[in-house]
Design a protein around this ligand. Structure first.
Ligand SMILES: [Zn+2]
Length: 122
């Protein structure tokens, strides 16, 4: 049986996921709250985003990719549920631990890099 992430580790990823979720929804006040769609309300004020902390280039790239996908918020919510279930950080396919740099860039992923490549080649 694969070793699960420690609480400390899962907290890091939970924070990452919540941060990404806020960036996607443009909402600052939904942390831990229920899903609230704030349609039509765009936060154009400057300065707010800086409060969320800086992201690496890889993380920004991953987020921009996610923004182009449908169901992006659902993917993040699913990842948060996996954290609660203790399944977070393991590949859905081969059940091996997913590499940490990959999780830090794409915390909502469900596949390790090998299985992802495999999936994309089909
Ligand atoms: Zn895998």
């Amino acid at each position: 049986m694969a070793k699960k992430l420690t609480k400390k580790e899962t907290k890091v990823y939970r924070d990452l996921l919540l941060d990404r979720r806020n960036r996607l929804t443009g909402s600052m006040d939904s942390i831990g709250g229920s899903v609230s769609s704030q349609s039509g309300e765009r936060d154009s004020a400057s300065g707010d985003e800086a409060d969320l902390g800086s992201m690496s280039v890889a993380q920004e790239f991953a987020l921009s990719m996610l923004q182009n996908e449908s169901g992006a918020v659902q993917k993040i919510d699913a990842a948060l549920r996996r954290i609660d279930d203790g399944e977070f950080g393991f590949c859905d396919d081969c059940e091996e631990p997913i590499a940490k740099p990959r999780l830090e860039a794409i915390p909502w992923t469900t596949l390790c890099i090998d299985c992802q490549r495999e999936a994309e080649s089909h």
